[in-house]
Structure formats: structure tokens, C-alpha cells
Design a protein around this ligand. Structure first.
Ligand SMILES: Cc1ncc(COP(=O)(O)O)c(C=O)c1O
Length: 390
């Protein structure tokens, strides 16, 4: 299939249109709703992993022994090389801490870097774990106001409290932002950094969607590359799980340049956080080392899905999809439909999306378009039919 977006001139060789069947795999995504409902919620994709990742995993499985696994320094180097070549950020292998999940790291940061009952600054409209991580760990959320200006849902830097609470030591931050898919610009990151410097805050930057930038003119900037202060007072969280569809293999990394912060973070892991499983490492490292071409083709396919949805929602009165710079998660304002219970309405129509209330904005629904285009076409047909019938 030929790419439709001439800006990038990528030819799609992998067949992302190929139907896949996740029945009988205990998929969280596919088991949530009754059979027949199209599940477009939790952020994993319905595409098979790249042939090379699949082969690397098969080779490891063929060995037949899956004991505790010690990370190889070469694997940390795969991460540092990835940052260098993909995001032009020079980091050291010893700064990498392997963690089974990004959410785990957020929770650990709340334990390690703030005291009980401290406040944690966190975006007001965000992936739910940004609100549960502080409260899970005996902290209180201090919501950072958001703006939808220019259709980009992001922290409203100009409305941050002039003086955050004296007990606020930590800020949680998401770039690209989920939901909404905003990619923060250098200026926006510098303003956040200036605020953190002024108030001596440590920032946790969840960058799990960094390699899912859809707009050719947008660029992901790792937070730690913004300034010396940012480097020494932050943790950047990354994973191959979203981009390469490996979420079930439970592998991620944290980049912590500051020795003291790294050591207190690792101390908080002791006895609680299990080691990464061998397949998690193999999948992640193979993705980073060899799968750039597959990723570019995936992006091309996802752009097509995003553009298809944008066009369809443009024509559906009362459903307004935000322009999306990154991620495979469309953020759709359904408030003008005047529905009493939007999630129930769409579910009854046979389309299972994530309720916006889970992200703290009940006016919206989040639609995961990491799936075959034909599936989206069926979902759109169902939505149109249900709206016509009401
Ligand atoms: C912004 C963000 N952070 C973290 C996660 C989950 O990461 P993990 O499975 O590594 O805990 C997701 C999954 O959807 C996400 O969207």
C-alpha cells in the first residue's frame, strides 16, 4: 500500500490491515465488553509485533529455561543509543534503571521523593494513574490546570499556582500527553523547567508515547535534555511497550542522571518490585535496536487511521475530535450530543471506548485507533446508526 502522506514518503510493506484474532488469549482489551462489542479502549494495539521481534522472542522461548535474568550492560546501551539516534539526547548506561512498568515507576517516585501527606503536582486531565499514584502512597494531588487552547490539551503553564504548597516537592508530567496527544514544544518544556527550578521541584516525565508522534512537523524532546537543572532533578520514563505493542511483557526503563535520586529510587524498589522477565528484555531491546523501519510504517498507518477518524467525526454533528499530534488515542468531545450517559450509549451501540471521566473530563470519550482500518469503519458505522436511531 502506498503512503498517503507525501511528507514522509514511507511505503507500507507490513500489512497492518491484516485481521487479527485475540480471542482465547485473556486479552484485557478484548475481554472487557460482551462478545460482539468492538473494544477501542485500553492502550494496546491489535497488530502483531514485527517479524523480527517475534523471531527474537521465539528464539529465546526455544531455549526453554526462564530463570531470573540479570540485565546486560549492552541492553542499557541499546537505550542510550536509542536516545542518541532517535532523540539526540546523550545519556549514560549507568543512569538506566529497568522497571517492569512506567506506572510502577510513578508510584515509586511518590514513595521515594516525597514525604507522607506532601502534595504532588499532577495534570488535572490525565491518564488515571497520575492521580492514583500520589494517593496510593499517602500523598495528595495538587491539580495543575489544563488548557484546550488551539485544540491542544496541555498543562496551562500560565495558570500554575504562583506558590505551590510548601509541601510540594514533586511534579508528575506526561509528554506526549495522554489523553489529547499534545507534544510539548521546547518553549513549553522550558517554562515548566523554569517553574520547577523556581520551586525546587523534582519532575517525573512519562514519555511512554514518545515514538508515536504523528505530525511530521512535531518533535519529541526528552525532558532531561532541556536544561542542567532538568537533567539533575528529573526522571524520564520510557518503554517500547506502546510503540511496538509489547505491553504484556512488562518492561520499561527510568533514566535518572542524579546519583542520589537514583539510589533512593532503587531503595524504594527493594523487596517490592520484581525483576524484569527475560522476554520483556528481549522484546524491548530488539525493538530499540532494529525496528525503526517497522515503527515508521506503523506511524504511517496510524496517521491514516487518525485522518480517517478526523474526517468522519467532522461530519458527525455533536462529536468533536481534537486534532491529535501523537499517540493512537483520539480524544473526542461528545458533550454537544447531550447524552445522559455517553459510555453506556456507545457501548449499547457496540463500541467500547474509554469514558472521559476516568481521565477527569466527562465531556469526552477516548478512542483507541491502534487497530485495522476496517474495524474503525465498522465502529463509525455503528456510532452513526445509533445516533440516527435515538
Ligand atoms: C501515559 C501512560 N503511562 C503509562 C502507561 C502504562 O505503562 P505501563 O504498562 O508500563 O505501566 C500508559 C498506558 O496506557 C500510558 O498511556
Amino acid at each position: 500500500m502506498q503512503a498517503t502522506n507525501l511528507e514522509t514518503l514511507v511505503t507500507i510493506q507490513y500489512n497492518f490491515d491484516q485481521p487479527t484474532n485475540r480471542a482465547q488469549t485473556r486479552s484485557s482489551k478484548w475481554e472487557k465488553y460482551p462478545p460482539g462489542t468492538i473494544p477501542l479502549w485500553v492502550a494496546d494495539m491489535d497488530f502483531e509485533v514485527s517479524p523480527t521481534i517475534r523471531q527474537a522472542l521465539a528464539d529465546r522461548v526455544a531455549h526453554g529455561i526462564f530463570g531470573y535474568t540479570k540485565p546486560d550492560l549492552e541492553w542499557a546501551k541499546a537505550v542510550t543509543d536509542y536516545y542518541q539516534t532517535t532523540h539526540n539526547w546523550t545519556i549514560k548506561p549507568e543512569w538506566i534503571v529497568w522497571v517492569p512498568g512506567v506506572v510502577t515507576s510513578m508510584n515509586l517516585a511518590c514513595r521515594a521523593w516525597s514525604q507522607d501527606h506532601n502534595k504532588v503536582l499532577t495534570p488535572e486531565v490525565i491518564y488515571p494513574h497520575f492521580h492514583s499514584a500520589p494517593t496510593n502512597n499517602n500523598k495528595q494531588c495538587l491539580f495543575m490546570p489544563m488548557t484546550y487552547a488551539q485544540g491542544r490539551l496541555r498543562v496551562d503553564i500560565n495558570s500554575l499556582p504562583a506558590k505551590p504548597h510548601q509541601d510540594a516537592k514533586l511534579m508528575l508530567f506526561c509528554n506526549p500527553q495522554n489523553p489529547g496527544g499534545c507534544v510539548y514544544t521546547a518553549e513549553e518544556l522550558q517554562a515548566i523547567d523554569a517553574y520547577c527550578q523556581q520551586h525546587e521541584l523534582i519532575l517525573v516525565s512519562d514519555e511512554i508515547h514518545a515514538d508515536l508522534i504523528l505530525d511530521a512537523d512535531k518533535k519529541h524532546i526528552p525532558y532531561g535534555s532541556i536544561s542542567e537543572y532538568a537533567l539533575n532533578n528529573s526522571m524520564v520514563l520510557g518503554a517500547a511497550s506502546k510503540t511496538y505493542n509489547l505491553a504484556g511483557l512488562a518492561c520499561s526503563w527510568a533514566v535518572i542522571a542524579n546519583d542520589e535520586l537514583r539510589s533512593s529510587f532503587q531503595k524504594a524498589m527493594h523487596g517490592i518490585v520484581p525483576e524484569i522477565n527475560p522476554l520483556g528484555y528481549i522484546g524491548t531491546v530488539t525493538a530499540l535496536q532494529t525496528e525503526r523501519d517497522w515503527q515508521q510504517q506503523l506511524l504511517q498507518y496510524l496517521r491514516g487511521n487518525r485522518d480517517y477518524l478526523a474526517q468522519e467525526f467532522d461530519a458527525i454533528e455533536g462529536m468533536n475530535m481534537l486534532p491529535l499530534e501523537a499517540t493512537f488515542l483520539a480524544w473526542i468531545d461528545v458533550s454537544e450530543l447531550g447524552l445522559e450517559n455517553p459510555p453506556a450509549f456507545f457501548e449499547a451501540a457496540g463500541v467500547g471506548m474509554s469514558p472521559g471521566a476516568g481521565f477527569n473530563d466527562a465531556n469526552f470519550m477516548r478512542l483507541n485507533f491502534g487497530c485495522q482500518r476496517a474495524v474503525l469503519q465498522e465502529a463509525i458505522a455503528r456510532i452513526k446508526q445509533a445516533l440516527a436511531n435515538r
